[in-house]
Design a protein around this ligand. Structure first.
Ligand SMILES: [Zn+2]
Ligand SMILES: [Zn+2]
Length: 276
């Protein structure tokens, strides 16, 4: 029996099935137990946006990179379920989720994916707009040569709104992650591009039962605030958008539950979250 079980579940975790992550499901579960987490939800990447570089559209199975596909992801689902059986006896609830890299046009494939597998938790994330990879420093560096900040903001928020309107997701992931590599090329003004755009996004989220994730990965990247910023979190709350989970977006076992003590103070409505 562990003594300190007051912690939030971690609902955004990438095991090494994600091409950009290290550490097995087992290693992540052990790390979660070490940090006194009682629940962990794996959310491997499912990115199939044809505009992304090829390696982003791959997942890793037994050390080999293979295309992310409805069939291939079955190996991940089975592995998480196996861990769930194993760790339930160690007081760790292991859930199987997924992080979809949303792009307009992915809806049919996602419907098929969600018909085939009963994911406990589905994150919709915008990782790409037009030919710009928001998660890539080099790609963001040249973004201003393609669109000014207003145009960039419109593109991001149009896709965020469409992802909410698709009705496919429980939550939108890291909604202002564009600040990560966007401040340098666009300046601090990028921190405010939600203004005048986010109300429409909140309406779409509420109408479609889609909540907000608080993602602590930003702190690992040197930011003082989470994704999204407190300004957005507070606006979401007052608009009636539900905060549904906190996620570390861990890509290494040691990152599980990162800064969850701090996140508990922000996401106080979540103690404890048990899904729907
Ligand atoms: Zn993501
Ligand atoms: Zn992620």
């Amino acid at each position: 029996m562990r003594d300190n079980l007051m912690s939030l579940p971690d609902y955004h975790v990438h095991p090494d099935f994600s091409f950009d992550a290290k550490g097995t499901i087992d290693e992540f579960c052990k790390a979660a137990i070490r940090k006194d987490l009682t629940e962990i939800c794996f959310t491997t990447h499912y990115d199939t946006d044809p505009r992304l570089p090829e390696h982003h559209r791959y997942m890793r199975i037994n050390g080999e990179l293979v295309p992310t596909s409805i069939d291939n992801i079955g190996v991940y689902v089975d592995a998480v379920h196996k861990a769930a059986d194993k760790y339930i006896g160690h007081e760790l609830l292991v859930q199987c989720g997924v992080e979809i890299g949303y792009f307009s046009g992915c809806e049919d494939e996602m419907r098929k994916l969600f018909q085939k597998y009963q994911f406990h938790y589905k994150i919709g994330s915008v990782h790409q707009v037009n030919e710009t990879d928001i998660c890539n420093q080099k790609s963001m560096k040249i973004a201003p040569s393609k669109y000014d900040l207003d145009r960039f903001a419109d593109l991001v928020y149009e896709d965020l709104i469409k992802s909410a309107e698709s009705g496919l997701f429980d939550v939108l992931g890291h909604i202002d992650m564009y600040k990560k590599y966007g401040i340098q090329p666009y300046g601090e003004r990028i921190n405010n591009i939600h203004e005048g755009r986010i109300d429409k996004l909140f309406d779409a989220m509420i109408e479609n039962g889609c909540g907000l994730e608080i993602n602590t990965a930003s702190l690992r990247k040197g930011f003082a605030e989470y994704y999204p910023s407190m300004a957005i979190i507070n606006a979401a709350r007052s608009a009636g958008v539900r905060i549904v989970a906190v996620g570390s977006d861990a890509h290494r076992p040691e990152e599980v539950g990162y800064d969850f003590e701090g996140a508990m103070g922000v996401a106080y409505e979540l103690l404890p979250y048990r899904g729907e």
